[in-house]
Write a protein that binds this ligand. Structure first.
Ligand SMILES: NC(=O)c1ccc[n+]([C@@H]2O[C@H](COP(=O)([O-])OP(=O)(O)OC[C@H]3O[C@@H](n4cnc5c(N)ncnc54)[C@H](OP(=O)(O)O)[C@@H]3O)[C@@H](O)[C@H]2O)c1
Length: 252
């Protein structure tokens, strides 16, 4: 096991990519706090799956876009696990709306979860890592949309581009505290966030035409890169990087 005895918080770990990451970290020997906002049942089943692997796990409720929720959920995770070595910032939302029609409320909602949430949780966890003298690893799940624009995704792509720079800033400022910060940028991965879109022929064929490997990913396709970046051994020289797991979508 590559992460034996580590303790991780995964935001948005109840469903989709976050759930696959939470289970993947546990398979590598990590105890995990699974954050969720409203899917209590899904978070509970993720916890039980992790416990079946012989690891400790807890579900921690809270919205990552609210500072008071973040302070509480990070404290709950830290207290239960007895410290935090790994943070995976993953909780995110997506809406497809033409630029001319995005209203202020929708813009704020996307930026609040996808960018401010990563800052809030990242800062709260990093403060605890620094105070405890932990050699930590933070992985921010961004998106291919951090590098390329997508139709009807102005707010989403801006939030993910922000995560790319936040990753570099955190990496720069936390390096002296022995905390590495990297991003994993997935391409099209089938989850609840896009299942209805992918079911539409025009959307699916249009997206596949732009993916050189011609594949739509599954949540498990993202796990290996996260585990690697979370490992202080294998990835000890990596910080501030974005690893694209996108079938080549962003190379042209
Ligand atoms: N799927 C893709 O193609 C793709 C591609 C690139 C990047 N990503 C990124 O990958 C991440 C996960 O996406 P996904 O596809 O797995 O989506 P998903 O299946 O819809 O899951 C989203 C997760 O985030 C949680 N969440 C949403 N808002 C939250 C909040 N305010 N506070 C706490 N948790 C919150 C959800 O919790 P509840 O269950 O409680 O609602 C759920 O666990 C996102 O950052 C997304 O932008 C996805």
């Amino acid at each position: 096991m590559r992460l034996e005895g580590k303790r991780a918080l995964v935001t948005g770990g109840s469903r989709g990519i976050g759930r696959a990451i939470a289970l993947g970290l546990a398979r590598e020997g990590t105890d995990v706090a699974v954050n969720y906002r409203s899917s209590r049942g899904d978070a509970g089943s993720a916890v039980r799956e992790i416990e079946r692997m012989g690891r400790r796990a807890v579900a921690v409720q809270g919205s990552t876009s609210s500072r008071s929720d973040v302070e509480r959920l990070v404290a709950e995770a830290d207290d239960f696990l007895g410290g935090l070595d790994i943070l995976v910032n993953n909780a995110g939302i997506l809406k497809r709306t033409p630029f001319l029609e995005i209203d202020e409320e929708e813009w704020d909602a996307i930026l609040d979860v996808n960018l401010k949430g990563y800052f809030l949780v990242g800062q709260a966890v990093a403060r605890r890592m620094v105070a405890a003298g932990t050699r930590g690893a933070i992985v921010n799940v961004s998106s291919a949309g951090q590098a390329v624009a997508g139709p009807n995704l102005a707010h989403y792509c801006v939030s993910k581009a922000g995560v790319g720079m936040l990753t570099k800033e955190m990496a720069l400022e936390l390096a002296s505290h022995n905390i590495r910060v990297n991003a994993v940028a997935p391409g099209l991965i089938e989850t609840d966030i896009n299942r209805a879109d992918i079911a539409e022929d025009a959307f699916r064929e249009g997206r596949l035409a732009r993916i050189p490997l011609g594949l739509i990913g599954a949540p498990d396709d993202v796990v290996g890169a996260v585990v690697f970046l979370a490992s202080n051994g294998e990835a000890r020289l990596m910080t501030g990087a974005s690893v694209f797991v996108d079938g080549g979508q962003t190379i042209w």
